[in-house]
Design a protein around this ligand. Structure first.
Ligand code: 13P
Ligand code: SF4
Length: 302
């Protein structure tokens, strides 16, 4: 393990590379990353790093976003198969149909989406800025894709807009049930409940806080409470425990694991740094179209 860490450090220098990781990747990958964060932080950061090559430890939409915001950089994915199923849960045909029905619609696309879906959208959002961006759009009609749960979460708070929902979902967050959460709350009555807005409504309704992975981590850090029930992927436990190892963190149920995120390993990072394989390559036309809603997100989220 130590050898692998040293090897990665040496390769990063040789190749002028930086390693970015999402909180859901395995602990040993978070340990060697130069930066760890939620989707918003990672996309913002991609525009600021100086290195020529970015190794994106996460799923494909994260690598694509880094590439779209940095066309001149080389973006490498440790595992080309690591993908987010929700990213595919809408279609260009559905978007076009809604645009025909509501000519003034703003298509708001969660970053957990393919570059193709982004290319047909007006603005991107992440779980940390969706509410703010939707609230500030001038459009009355909003088509929120692909996540129906995040869309409904936003719609419940932005009541002066007509938010049209799509039926996409995250399989990992969707399996967390209100019933399981209630049972956990009985087991740990003192605990605060922190969940991701990709969870179903019966879960977000019971939460003390619903927000992005960074939001959950920050909330637990700032809170005086000593125990937390966590309704998101358990990769966040690494940072939660680093921040305060004396606090207690319980998952709602087991497993809360995104197996695609867990495909990232130290060996695969070494391999892509050595060979340059799994580079994100998108056509210029797709890059131009999909970059616009992402840039708009960065501008509106400021
Ligand atoms: P965050 O933007 O909160 O990190 O969420 C990303 C994700 O994939 C949640 O399932
Ligand atoms: Fe996609 Fe869900 Fe995995 Fe996040 S946890 S990357 S939304 S499948």
């Amino acid at each position: 393990m130590e050898n692998k860490v040293l090897k990665i450090q040496q390769l990063k220098k040789e190749k002028d590379a930086v390693v970015l990781a999402h909180y859901y990747v395995p602990d040993e990958v978070q340990e060697i990353a130069d930066y760890i964060g939620d989707s918003y932080y990672l996309s913002q950061l991609a525009t600021q790093v100086k290195e020529k090559t970015v190794v994106l430890c996460g799923v494909s939409f994260m690598g694509e976003s880094a590439k779209l915001l940095n066309p001149q950089k080389t973006v490498l994915m440790p595992d080309a198969e690591a993908d987010c199923p929700m990213a595919h849960m809408c279609s260009v045909e559905k978007i076009e149909e809604i645009r025909r029905q509501y000519p003034d619609v703003a298509v708001v696309c969660y970053v957990n989406s393919t570059a193709e879906l982004k290319a047909h959208s007006d603005v991107c959002v992440t779980s940390s800025n969706a509410l703010k961006i939707v609230e500030n759009l001038p459009n009355k009609n909003i088509y929120f894709i692909p996540d129906g749960n995040l869309g409904r979460f936003v719609a419940a708070k932005v009541t002066d807009k007509n938010i049209i929902l799509n039926d996409g979902y995250c399989p990992i967050h969707k399996q967390i049930t209100g019933e399981a959460l209630e049972a956990k709350m009985k087991e740990h009555p003192q605990a605060e409940v922190l969940v991701h807005p990709e969870c179903v409504e019966e879960v977000t309704k019971l939460a003390d806080y619903a927000g992005s992975t960074s939001g959950i981590i920050q909330y637990a850090k700032d809170s005086d409470c000593r125990e937390f029930i966590i309704g998101t992927e358990t990769g966040v436990f690494h940072k939660l425990l680093q921040n305060d190892p004396d606090k207690k963190y319980y998952p709602v149920m087991e497993p809360q694991i995104c197996w695609d995120m867990k495909k990232i390993t130290l060996d695969k990072i070494i391999e892509v740094l050595e060979t340059g394989k799994n580079e994100i390559c998108l056509s210029e036309e797709l890059m131009n179209a999909a970059n616009k809603p992402l840039e708009k997100m960065l501008e509106l989220a400021k």
